[in-house]
Write a protein that binds this ligand. Structure first.
Ligand SMILES: [Zn+2]
Length: 430
């Protein structure tokens, strides 16, 4: 790697010092403050740090932290990889990640959806990974169609290779101005944000599902086995799902040559199998074959506390993070149906103050198991469950909810700050 100019070296070094001080004083992992210091001293620092590396940017509403981790693990087969492992996914976090691994020839950066166009432009990344777009943080997030439109503009006319989920119509539209795309059939269980064609506004037809209007009842009846349940097409224009070259088929990845690879990863649930297939497709774009990438993906057991278990007095609570309706749907898929579940919802800044999205989640899947409700918005969630005919118990705190369990396992679904609170209170108690 060529030497950074002196000013950039100095900015990078001071940023690292600030990050070390921040960690030493217990103010988090320091990646944001370090990056901010670096950028203040050298506004062009991210561009300079990105030069001469092979970079992948990873963006989506859900799964970007986990997928960034999976891709990073795979690419470590090839050499050192710089990455923002703690989810600091805006430019200050990227500066920090790249300056703390100055000589790494590879970089895998999780990027906030809104910042993606800017970061593509600044870093000139050779690979961009786009997975899903759905409603999130309703009081402050940009409308997702507008986000996809910005992605289109950022990718048009660039020499960037995109790995994109062909099953998500909005992601497909956002990616389709890129000169080359590897399309992955990674599934899209949450369809409530893609009933309309992003190109013309017409209705989208979905194969394997009868068309139902938003909020209507989905029959769930899948067509004949030969029919691809993830297929979609606009009824009124030529926009339709591209032919995928990678496919998630149950527990198996199918590669572009039609070979089937049992995934056998340790991270649970359908969403993580989708993340893994996308990681394999991305690894291939870096020249890394499946037989070398897949064993690396299997080594990942938890990502930034997700899927870890905290323990107190014989109660083992597995922590699942769900921040928006699509995320809750994926979390339900991971739940053990034989276990009780604790739900905790907060509404602080990082969660979004508006929790009206609770009404978009179909909680009926929780019927038939003990459900405990806590968090700052426990009454909102309780009302939602009441309307869905899901019996539950209100608890004053997560600690009380945990203490109310018999010794053994329990699942926990929490949104962002609720999850972080549980981790900081219980994570180190093991
Ligand atoms: Zn259309």
């Amino acid at each position: 790697m060529s030497q950074l100019p002196l000013r950039a070296q100095l900015a990078s070094a001071l940023g690292r010092t600030a990050a070390t001080l921040s960690r030493a004083t217990g103010r988090g992992d320091g990646s944001v403050i370090g990056g901010r210091v670096g950028l203040a001293l050298e506004p062009d620092l991210l561009r300079k740090l990105a030069q001469d590396r092979r970079l992948a940017l990873v963006s989506a509403t859900n799964g970007k932290t986990t997928t960034t981790r999976l891709i990073t693990s795979a690419l470590q087969e090839l050499g050192d990889v710089a990455t923002n492992a703690f989810g600091a996914n805006m430019p200050a976090g990227h500066v920090s990640a790249l300056s703390s691994a100055k000589d790494a020839p590879y970089g895998v950066l999780e990027v906030d959806e809104k910042y993606l166009p800017e970061v593509i432009d600044t870093t000139g990344a050779g690979v961009v990974v786009l997975m899903n777009l759905s409603r999130d943080q309703m009081d402050r997030a940009a409308e997702i169609w507008l986000l996809a439109q910005k992605w289109r503009r950022a990718l048009a006319g660039r020499n960037t290779h995109v790995i994109a989920n062909a099953d998500d119509p909005l992601v497909t539209w956002g990616a389709s101005t890129a000169p080359s795309v590897t399309w992955v059939s990674a599934g899209q269980p949450w369809k409530e944000d893609s009933w309309c064609c992003p190109e013309c506004g017409g209705p989208l037809d979905r194969k394997g599902l009868d068309y139902v209007p938003p909020g209507g009842h989905v029959s769930g009846v899948v067509g004949p086995a030969t029919q691809d349940e993830n297929d979609w097409a606009c009824r009124e224009c030529s926009f339709r799902r591209p032919q995928p070259s990678w496919i998630l088929d149950g527990e198996t990845a199918i590669d572009p040559r039609g070979r089937r690879w049992p995934l056998d990863i340790q991270l649970p649930g359908r969403a993580n199998r989708a993340n893994a297939v996308i990681a394999l497709a991305t690894a291939e774009a870096f020249g890394l074959p499946v037989e070398r990438a897949l064993p690396r993906l299997r080594e990942v057991t938890s990502v930034a506390g997700r899927y870890t278990t905290v323990e107190r007095e014989g109660r083992h609570a597995r922590l699942l993070l769900a921040k928006n309706p699509a995320g809750w749907l994926e979390a339900f898929d991971v739940l053990d149906p034989t276990l009780p579940v604790i739900l905790s919802v907060n509404a602080q800044g990082p969660d979004g103050r508006d929790t009206s999205w609770l009404w978009d989640v179909d909680y009926r899947v929780l019927r038939g198991r003990p459900v405990y409700v806590t968090g700052e918005r426990k009454f909102d969630l309780a009302l939602r469950l009441e309307v869905a005919d899901v019996p539950f118990q209100l608890m004053g705190s997560f600690a009380q909810a945990l203490a109310a369990q018999p010794p053994g396992k329990v699942d926990v679904i929490a949104n962002y700050t609720a999850f972080q609170q549980i981790r900081s209170e219980f994570g180190r108690a093991v």
